[in-house]
Design a binder for this molecule. Sequence first.
Ligand code: GLU
Length: 411
Amino acid sequence: VCCILYMDYKKLTQKLFPDVKMTQVDLEKKYPRRNLPKDAFVTRVAPSPTGFMHMGAIFSALVSERLAHQTGGVFFLRIEDTDKKREVVGAIDVIVNSLKNYGLTPDEGEVEIGKEIGAYGPYKQSLRGDIYAIYAKKLVEEGKAYPAFDTEEELEKMSNEQRETKIRPGYRGSWAVWRDKSEEEILEALNSGKKFVIRLKATGDFEKKMKCSDMIRGEREFSENDIDTVLLKTDGMPTYHFAHVVDDYLMGTTDVLRADEWLASLTLHLELWEKLGWTAPRYGHFAPIQKIDEGSRRKLSKRKDPEANIVFFEEAGYPQVAVIEYLLNLANSSFEDWRKAHPTTDYKEFPFYIGRMNVSGALFDINKLNDISKNVIGRMNVQEVYEKALAWAEKNDKHLYDRLSKNPKYS
Ligand code: GLU
């Protein structure tokens, strides 16, 4: 019976994925496992091109970069641009330039505008559609995923019903209409030209807990995943959940360090790793950088706080390395004592520990940044201060620029 079912799925997947020619074996040949020492970290920063470089993104890049380079590993940049509706022109350049300006140039991916290096590319998800399709096809063939032809109206109706009856939301159990449809029904929908998504056939039990270990938070327990989450959207593009698993596997990531907004989907991600037959990397989730607003803590907001945008610091004239040292201090508070003991050493010599990161999130404090910045400037020689001030003034204060450049000696 198994064999017959398997054959049926194969016929079906040919119809669902007519353009997929390669197999996972071909892919694994193309992207061999990395040959690195056992303790080397392979990390990445994986921003979406929104046109805005959040301080949190630099923080995340810094933590990932430090861990990789401290251990003789690899730090790469992957652009997560599968949501074409959200994309802003020039946004990738903002990412590439910000990383470079802050001394966080990746080893692989787009290292300079328009220049991509590395053997695991393309490093832009929008160019990896055929790769995701190969694995989605494999999951459908193995009965671990299935096509679902629900219309937007039908899905909205489901959500409304769940909300009104106070049922936990999600495409699952009896709500998962397409989960157990016969091959004939699926072929019929396909032949009538209906749009479909590919959904995971979740096998978790929400009543059961699953232990997950986190690099920053230690061991945590979460309910197993029972939602048939979308893996490929109607346009064939993957969701973040599916794309990051496939990419981090092929690109050999050992450590996924990301914001804690993803913690809630960790069980889903671990289920995906398992269903694809792969060993999951270590995951670490850090809390966002926060500030005190009217007496209570809240995360830095892109809309309300100018300092959420990394450009703010450039315009205000902070040296990039001061911002980096400040963020390092937020990540590991022992940095401050280390800096005192090693006043002239490059920050890259500081031994960063992921396990010492603050679980509840660091508080942004401009006075602290000013203090660090003062020390960083204090360590520069006169010529360096002059050149940096001049370069800043040229961009931000024409009048000052004219004055400074007229009489360098006096300046
Ligand atoms: N594109 C995701 C984000 O911007 C990346 C999360 C991750 O690092 O995996 O949130």
